[in-house]
Design a protein around this ligand. Structure first.
Ligand code: SAH
Length: 231
């Protein structure tokens, strides 16, 4: 039977999911907690990685290699770049890139290293399923480019640079790591984020205020997707 990985970066992002699982069994591994359980009969493994690219890489790898997950769904919050995105809005990544990866001194573009790609696409089938779920719920689901880096961006200039350089609509600190892992290991993956702030001067205040509510919006959507995938 298929096993779906559900990953977040922070406890707030996965708690609303763990609360809804049956037969939960927790395993401590590599300094993270992994929750195996089922949601309406579908086997899932849920974990938060801790913040940033390195921790996210570790957790995505463990979910696939140790727990045998064959699909990965990420749920969390992000800062908006695109003006159309307001706090609480959902965005799914069509592709992801690393905005802080820079060997441009050698003539390469930002976000590129040899034998890698500037951007990695998420799974089209999972995106289509997400759009079906959105339609059923009467929600609009924006698809766009998400930029990842080891920085909490709270600066208009940096945010605009990321927007222009990568054509990015939103930014966060884990998605592209998950993309690299899943792409390398051939595991279909999906990245969903609900906006918590606009990566500007007010970002840290907005983040603190809206983390919980936005994380819940994203988590609820992911659970509906699991239902759809289990059909
Ligand atoms: N408040 C936390 C730190 C949060 S870091 C603490 O003090 O412990 C921000 C987290 O939310 C990351 O996991 C990232 O993926 C996402 N995120 C939301 N808004 C962001 C922004 N403006 N810049 C970068 N990441 C952001």
């Amino acid at each position: 039977m298929s096993k779906i990985a559900i990953m977040g970066a922070m406890p707030e992002e996965i708690e609303p999911i763990i609360n809804k699982l049956d037969n939960v069994d927790m395993t401590l591994y590599g300094a993270n907690k992994y929750y195996e359980g089922s949601y309406h009969g579908q086997e899932v493994v849920v974990a938060y990685s801790k913040i940033g690219k390195v921790f996210a890489t570790l957790t995505a790898t463990v979910l696939i290699e140790k727990f045998g997950c064959d699909r990965l769904l990420f749920s969390g919050v992000a800062g908006a770049i695109n003006d159309e995105l307001n706090i609480g809005d959902l965005i799914i990544a069509k592709s992801l890139c690393q905005h802080d990866l820079d060997i441009t001194a050698f003539g390469h573009p930002f976000g590129y290293v040899p034998e890698g790609d500037v951007s990695i696409d998420t799974d089209q089938t999972l995106r289509n399923i997400a759009q079906d779920v959105a339609k059923q719920k009467g929600l609009t689901l924006k698809e766009g480019i998400i930029a990842t880096g080891d920085q909490f961006v709270a600066n208009e200039e940096r945010k605009n640079w990321i927007g222009t350089t990568f054509g990015a609509d939103a930014l966060e600190m884990e998605g592209a790591s998950v993309a690299v892992v899943c792409n390398a290991l051939n595991v279909p993956f999906f990245i969903l984020r609900a906006i918590s702030d606009s990566a500007d001067m007010d970002a840290s205040f907005n983040f603190d205020e809206f983390l919980e509510s936005s994380a819940k919006i994203s988590a609820d959507f992911i659970l509906s997707m699991v239902d759809e995938l289990g059909r």
